[in-house]
Design a protein around this ligand. Structure first.
Ligand code: BTN
Length: 257
């Protein structure tokens, strides 16, 4: 039996909650862990995690949906309150927490694609969605992370089969509960303000776009081509196009060639 579903049992859930230092709300099936965690955050929750074995309306970036067949993905949202000192950079670096967690579980080689994709073998294996609020009490961030763990190629929706992968497809079997605990530990490490600068350097070293020629698509603007040079202290991507440098806060980049 997959260990993640054991979170349905209160005794297991509280043991894991003690281990990771957070309340855990587990759902066999829910619309979206992100929507639920945002609701809890609005009601004042701190440090909780919402986890599901299946989502019926999983949310991705840019209003996309996040699809994962039941029992195949790690689908979880972390409430971080108060928000870390540099919330935008923290959110931008969250993919690094996933990559480090995968390393720790023997699945090395994950790379990062701005803004928030984690790639294995050049294909997307995980994505991060961040929602921040500022409410006069330090605000909160809700980080939703989806990792493709057990999917076979035929489980991936046809439209992403060429660009996505899973840990199973990449022959790196990982237990979802172990991954949940490790990502939580890595997010704690990232939330330490003194670790952020080194984390940004590591993000850049592990990036699949820094130093590369990329096509940039920004909502409401004509796409352009340039060379991705770095991310700044707010997690924005800097792209050199001709003689000037564009600062990209939201949008997508695609490696050329
Ligand atoms: C992306 O588009 O790359 C971000 C995907 C984030 C998906 C996760 S799955 C758990 C959490 N709940 C959601 O509805 N979305 C995030």
């Amino acid at each position: 039996m997959p260990r993640l579903v054991l979170l349905a049992h209160p005794a297991v859930r509280s043991a894991v909650a003690r281990e990771v230092g957070r309340d855990i709300e587990y759902h066999e099936r829910i619309e979206s862990t992100q929507s639920r965690a945002r609701e809890l955050a609005r009601d004042g929750a701190t440090r909780g995690i919402v986890v599901a074995d299946e989502q019926t309306a999983g949310r991705g970036t840019a209003d996309r949906t996040w699809l994962a067949a039941k029992g195949t993905g790690l689908l979880a949202s972390w409430i971080v309150r108060p928000a870390p000192a540099a919330p935008a950079l923290f959110a931008a670096l969250a993919g690094l927490a996933v990559a480090r967690a995968l390393d720790a579980l023997g699945c090395d080689g994950a790379r990062l694609k701005w803004p928030n994709d984690v790639e294995l073998d050049g294909r997307k294996v995980a994505g991060v969605l961040a929602h921040g609020t500022s409410d006069g009490t330090g605000g909160s961030i809700v980080l939703g992370i989806g990792v493709n763990v057990h999917q076979r190629a035929s489980d991936l929706p046809a439209e992403i089969r060429d660009t996505a992968t899973s840990l199973a497809i990449s022959s790196r079997p990982v237990d979802r509960l172990a991954l949940l605990a490790r990502i939580t530990a890595e997010l704690d490490r990232l939330a330490d303000p003194s670790a952020l600068i080194a984390a940004r350097d590591e993000w850049q070293r592990r990036s699949s776009v820094i130093g590369e020629s990329v096509d940039v698509t920004v909502p409401g603007r004509v796409s352009f081509t340039g060379t991705a040079t770095s991310i700044d202290e707010e997690g924005a991507l800097l792209v050199r196009a001709g003689t000037h440098v564009e600062r990209i806060v939201a949008g997508e980049v695609r490696r050329r060639g």
